[in-house]
Design a protein around this ligand. Sequence first.
Ligand SMILES: CC(C)(COP(=O)(O)OP(=O)(O)OC[C@H]1O[C@@H](n2cnc3c(N)ncnc32)[C@H](O)[C@@H]1OP(=O)(O)O)[C@@H](O)C(=O)NCCC(=O)NCCS
Length: 166
Amino acid sequence: MSDGNLALSLRRPVEADHPRLVAVVDEWWGGRRMRAVLPRLWLQHMTGTSWIAETPDGRLRGFIVGFVSPDHPDTAYAHMIAADPNLRRAGVGRTLYERFFEDMRGRGVRRVTAVTWPGNRTSIAFHRAMGFGVDDGPGTQPIYGTPAHPDHDGEDEDRVVFLRDL
Ligand SMILES: CC(C)(COP(=O)(O)OP(=O)(O)OC[C@H]1O[C@@H](n2cnc3c(N)ncnc32)[C@H](O)[C@@H]1OP(=O)(O)O)[C@@H](O)C(=O)NCCC(=O)NCCS
């Protein structure tokens, strides 16, 4: 952990972790129905570019699932990152992203991209703190005060697009 007060170990997820992840994601996202965004395939095909954070008692404290873009091998995509709500602002998210960045750099990846809902102010603040810029280029407009792509993922599915050079 960044504050040194809590031992946090990171490991690669395995498929058997899928039930414990889907069991918490809705709660960890504040009640938003997220399990549909994390189908088992993430724990079958993307474990080599993802991480799970646990405390010594074996409790799940955070995770990141991402991948190196098959179309753009210099770019990684961070699909989901989350920290246990009981351990927010304690560096879990930072620790996960820093490990992800280090891992991606080692694979020759040059940039990381991610998206979030414009209403997710915590995610926007967190990504900015982690060095991501917000895409404010063509096609964007301010939504809840942040440049976003309207209908990015379909009707009413607006997204803020983040980009960070490694
Ligand atoms: C976003 C999330 C992963 C951040 O995890 P975290 O472990 O609490 O974040 P960290 O403690 O590592 O924070 C790193 C920095 O991000 C910023 N930050 C994090 N949470 C913040 C908040 N609620 N408000 C403002 N800034 C915040 C701060 O600059 C923080 O550094 P500091 O605490 O030294 O000031 C966590 O809030 C979460 O799981 N949210 C629900 C899931 C989600 O929305 N994920 C992102 C979209 S995929």
